[in-house]
Design a protein. Sequence first.
Length: 72
Amino acid sequence: MNDKFHLTFEQSIFLAKKVLVESIYSVAKIEGVNTTYPETETILDGVNVPTARLDDIAVILNLRDAWRFRRS
């Protein structure tokens, strides 16, 4: 059986960046954050979402920072 998921380091980074918003959104939902996927994407783009609670925004940004920390 061939390993069809054997990716190079560059391919792995590309894939992780591609699903970053989805991953953060999913983990945020597990943490009890009540934002929609588009709101999460907007927060990650650095734009204010007036309907989101500050605690929810902080969780999303902390999850983003955890991804950045892990990559370095």
